[in-house]
Design a protein around this ligand. Structure first.
Ligand code: FAD
Length: 551
């Protein structure tokens, strides 16, 4: 990995074919596509990669069964096709997940309608879903999901989609683009666009959010992939009407012992009949999501007490014996869907994406889904090439991108039969007796075959083989890995995105914050004051995420 100074020098001294603003999944997908085509590409992200919506989704790679209700067949077809592609290029982090859709005698959608929908869903996947759907009787449902309420229960279709880790998917997509020669910098904010004498955009002014230095990046084409910030970024180039109608979605996390589900359970909220999920997540279960219009600063969103009560209310309705209370909530996350503006209810707003090129040449991509990011990336890079072609600026030797065939970094060397346990056994071996089975499984599921490198790091130094929190699998070696290989610059980055301690640990990782900050300080040359500031900033982030408790 290049040092930050080297990255910054490259960003500001070279001229790029393409500059991408925004390091969420949309920007990452375009970055990888451009790098695969042989374009000289740079990406800048104002906070950390995936710190926006792309770490706050429902973490599903799915067609979106419910979009069939709105007759969005082409969106569902594209998404189920991409589901298959992502299973192939990222099998370590895109895994089949079984969904149950319980039907009660009071349900809004009847069993027959659902069954018909399931056939359409499987047909749109050309019958290549992870498994074909089936229907469970009330009796077998009771065996499979004993906590589910039985009153008026008729049965449930069982179907398959995929679960992923949205942050890792973003990170691995970026890492692949970096390996192909792209330049990407986090904590680098665009605060203006640079135009030539003809008024055409030829770059952006940037500010280093770590040390305040300023400069410019030059590029033949500039892509705005700033998700919920899309209209703010467009305002640097154009006075056009806003494109977006952002809606907020909240999830809550509880221990799986408090809400034990072995399938993702699809629920329609008893009050407004919106579709929600209770999703098994290893030792935890998460429940989501809300869908409410949001205006104002995207960075300021958080779960409110009302959001949390709404989600717990739904879970308690479907799982009446469980009786979840606010005290059961370990963590929450709130994200903004960067949806294209439309009239109607929030749930009915289309998840399709749009690409808009404004007169000064800023190429904006907005809307869409995590699931379809690879195709969105390809489309927006093609738009950039079309624009370059108008000015005779397409570089020589630009080829096709094989992003649907080439594995992401953690999938290189992954077994054909998708057997994670064989990789985990190799990780144990690479750890030379210092990495437990639980940590090896965790490293495998998170980093794929790159878990082997982290185990080797742990084997090289007893301190790095330590777990960060007793009874948890995360290792100190991950700090070295994150700083050395994954552009981790702040304590928050490590706790919230390079690992999931913030979401999964009972105390949101606070118990490990100081030790991690000290190790990061050694690696990044922080003084004592900076190390303390990092810990305080993390504590403040945790406090902010718990503010709903006093609503
Ligand atoms: P973001 O991830 O927000 O990225 C934009 C980035 O731009 C941010 O990191 C931001 O910091 C950066 N930025 C902004 N301004 C600047 C600037 N001036 N300079 C530099 N950087 C800047 N999709 C699915 O397929 N499956 C799901 O299960 C799913 N569930 C969802 C659940 C919820 C609650 C939500 C909100 C969305 C869900 N989605 C899902 C949709 C999906 O998560 C989003 O479509 C996707 O993450 C958007 O990614 P993005 O890169 O466009 O935006």
């Amino acid at each position: 990995m290049h040092s930050r100074d080297e990255l910054w020098s490259r960003l500001t001294e070279e001229t790029f074919d393409l500059l991408i603003i925004g390091g969420g999944i949309t920007g990452a997908g375009a970055f990888r596509d451009a790098a695969h085509r042989g374009l000289k590409v740079a990406l800048v992200e104002m906070v950390d990669f995936a710190s926006g919506t792309s770490s706050r989704s429902s973490k599903l790679v799915h067609g979106g069964l419910r979009y069939l209700e709105h007759y969005e067949f082409s969106l569902v077809f594209e998404a189920v096709s991409e589901r298959r592609v992502l299973q192939n290029i990222a099998p370590h982090i895109v895994n089949p997940l079984a969904f149950l859709f319980p039907v009660y005698d009071t349900s809004r959608v009847s069993m027959n309608t659902l069954r018909a929908g399931m056939w359409v869903y499987d047909a749109l996947a050309l019958f290549r879903a992870p498994k074909t759907h089936t229907t469970l009787s009330k009796r077998s449902l009771r065996k499979k999901e004993p906590a589910l309420g039985q009153d008026g229960l008729k049965g449930a279709p069982l179907y398959y989609d995929c679960a992923t880790d949205d942050t890792r998917l973003t990170m691995e997509t970026l890492l692949d683009g970096l390996q192909r020669g792209g330049v990407a910098a986090n904590y680098t904010r665009v605060d203006g666009l640079v135009k030539n004498d003809d008024g055409r955009i030829i770059g952006a002014s940037i500010c280093d959010e770590i040390d305040g230095r300023r400069s410019e990046v030059r590029a033949k084409a500039v892509v705005n992939a700033t998700g919920p910030w899309t209209d703010r970024t467009r305002a640097y180039a154009t006075g056009a009407a806003p494109l977006l109608r952002p809606t907020k979605g909240v999830h809550v996390v509880v221990q799986s012992s408090r809400l034990p589900v072995s399938h993702a359970v699809v629920c329609t909220h008893p009050e407004d009949k919106r579709v929600l999920f209770a999703i098994p997540w290893g030792e935890q279960t998460y429940i989501g999501t809300t869908d409410t219009d949001h205006e104002g600063d995207p960075a300021a969103i958080r779960a409110t007490g009302e959001d949390v009560d709404y989600l717990l209310g739904c879970a308690n309705h479907y799982f009446p014996e469980v009786d979840l209370t606010r005290d059961d909530v370990i963590a929450t996350w709130a994200g903004l869907r960067p949806l294209i503006s439309q009239e109607g209810s929030t749930a009915s707003v289309s998840r399709e994406h749009e690409i808009v090129v404004d007169p000064a040449g800023l190429i904006t991509i907005a809307g869409g889904k995590l699931t379809t990011y690879r195709k969105m990336g390809a489309e927006v890079v093609q738009s950039a090439l079309n624009l370059m072609a108008l000015f005779g600026q397409v570089p020589d030797g630009v080829g096709d991108a094989q992003t649907g065939r080439e594995p992401l970094p953690g999938a290189v060397g992954w077994p054909e039969n998708d057997d994670a346990s064989t990789v985990a056994a190799e990780v144990v071996e690479a750890g030379l007796g210092k990495v437990s089975d639980a940590s090896a499984r965790y490293l495998t599921n998170r980093y794929g075959t790159r878990g082997l490198d982290i185990a080797r790091l742990a084997a090289s130094n007893q301190g790095l083989a330590q777990v960060l929190i007793d009874e948890r699998p995360e290792l100190m070696a991950e700090v070295d890995w994150a700083v050395g290989q994954e552009l981790c610059l702040r304590l928050n980055d490590f706790m919230c995105r390079r690992t999931q301690l913030y979401f999964r640990d009972n105390d949101q990782g606070l118990g490990a914050a100081e030790a991690v900050a000290e190790r990061m300080g050694e690696l990044l040359g922080w003084d004592e004051q900076r190390t303390t500031e990092e810990v305080l900033a993390y504590q403040a982030e945790v406090a902010r995420s718990r503010a709903w408790r006093s609503d």
